[in-house]
Design a protein. Sequence first.
Length: 300
Amino acid sequence: MLSRRGFLTASAATLTTPLLTGHAFAVATGSRLLDIPGLVNARDIGGYYGPAGTIRYGTVYRTDGLHALQQPGVDALAGLGLAAVIDLRTGTERTQDGLDRLPPGPVTHHCPISEGSWYAEVRQAIFTRDYARQEALLGNGRAIQLMTDMYRGYVTSSGNRASLAQAFTVFGKTSGPVLAHCTAGKDRTGVTMAAILRLCGVSTATVMNDYLLSNDLRATADTHTREYLKTQGYMIDSDLLIPIQRVETDYLDAFWQQATASYGSFGKFLTTGLALPPSTLAAIVDRLISCGASWGWLRG
């Protein structure tokens, strides 16, 4: 039942409790939500407003992992008409959990973003039922520190910057809809989408609200995972996982702060840290903003 990341995340396919789908989700979260069987955190980033216009629907999608999809989920993806899929998982994740299950058509781009070695340590502590080690790794605020350090690593790691740059290049050069995902669809995907929305001039408050929406969409699945680990004896205090399962304002703020600390501004993080040419940034904005735009507000 549990994959490499399964001790932190569950998919809709593994749940025994009902999930809101279709109309119920649409009422709760607006028309951005995608009803794809087997996914719990699938969204269109369209509809947000920036100074130059509104983000187009049907251009960029974000989801949790696609490796466990069954045929109804694959069929639902086919309805999106995807041209490209950006897989942000590491090579180890792709080997252990499996490649994406996709309909014919989209080209897969592997842009691995590392979360560091601590996930393996936590996984080992859980599956060996080493309760003392679990507490030592995650207790007393240490899980929160691990997460904020991980978000800073999205900026400080040259490999992670290269993968983010590759993902941005795909967004800029692909003429059809693009979907990006990691495993839970909240951290690596969350940072990538936050950066795209800020590039398009969406307010930081709106970007943060979109990022935090993962908590609402993942709540049932994550509760199920903690209950499973506790009832099966893997953990005594499965609530130790809550800071890892959730996204928090402090996590995304750590990413923004590190980008500014390292490069002077978010705009310079894109142009210097990711070495993205202005033409690529302009192409992304032009594809996403319905009335055309300039990305000049990010300079400085």
